[in-house]
Ligand binder design. Structure first.
Ligand SMILES: C[S@@+](CC[C@H](N)C(=O)[O-])C[C@H]1O[C@@H](n2cnc3c(N)ncnc32)[C@H](O)[C@@H]1O
Length: 222
């Protein structure tokens, strides 16, 4: 490990805290902060978590919803099992693939969920033009999952990044939810362009918006 990476890690209080309380990622504290502020998770909720590896958010959600609830965590990477948490199911899949949507549908038996959270993040290349396009695609694909799986009145949390398309992304959420907020949790690194959009009270699919993802590998048609 490079010296500067090691130093940054040592200085990171959230990484240290995560290690101490035995949670899988520092991201755990971002969702905790969002939940404490916006009260998004309740006992008995059915939840979808997109981009869930390694599973910090899953651990937080699992404790909040209790054993009457259930959370489905989806990631392109294999998420290690949670043997002591029967209210977590993990699904390995690429969110841009139709088969992933089908897998989720089967698992939740065509039910709708109360909450959909997305911490999906592309590999950032540092090439601004490319990165903003990628982020926009991830946010658009998240809208598809919301329209397919979230119940009316439900809640969503969507990770995004400041950039060329941020206003457009916020508009897409505003067309679907009665109440929308933009929030940067304390655990988000100061230098990071990341922020979260919180949508409360889902109104239903926005028919005016034509969602098209530019990713070549996407087989999700509008
Ligand atoms: C910031 S991490 C999520 C951290 C997680 N919320 C936690 O608490 O541990 C973003 C995740 O998005 C996943 N991801 C990126 N592209 C994806 C795709 N096309 N399909 C599914 N997952 C993807 C990555 O593998 C990565 O695990």
């Amino acid at each position: 490990m490079k010296d500067w990476v090691r130093k940054r890690r040592e200085r990171d209080p959230y990484r240290e805290k995560a290690r101490k309380i035995g949670v899988r990622s520092r991201a755990y504290f971002k969702l905790m902060d969002i939940d404490r502020r916006f009260n998004i998770l309740k006992t008995g909720d059915l939840v979808i978590d997109l981009g869930a590896y390694p599973g910090g958010w899953l651990q937080y959600i699992s404790s909040k919803i209790g054993y009457d609830g259930h959370v489905y965590g989806i990631d392109i990477r294999e998420i290690a099992e949670f043997p002591d948490r029967p209210n977590i199911t993990t699904i390995k899949g690429d969110v841009f693939k139709k088969e992933t949507i089908e897998k989720i549908s089967k698992m939740i038996k065509e039910n709708k969920v109360d909450v959909l959270v997305s911490d999906l993040s592309p590999n950032i290349t540092g090439i601004w033009e490319l990165d903003t396009e990628k982020i926009y695609d991830y946010n658009k694909v998240t809208m598809r999952y919301i329209d397919r799986f979230l119940r009316k009145g439900g809640t969503a949390v969507i990770k995004s990044f400041e950039g060329r398309y941020s206003d457009r992304i916020i508009k897409m959420v505003k067309r679907r939810f009665k109440w929308v907020a933009k929030y940067k949790p304390k655990a988000s690194r100061k230098r990071s362009a990341e922020f979260y959009i919180i949508g409360l009270n889902y109104l239903g699919k926005d028919r005016k918006t034509f969602i098209k993802t530019s990713r070549e590998q996407s087989d999700l048609k509008p």
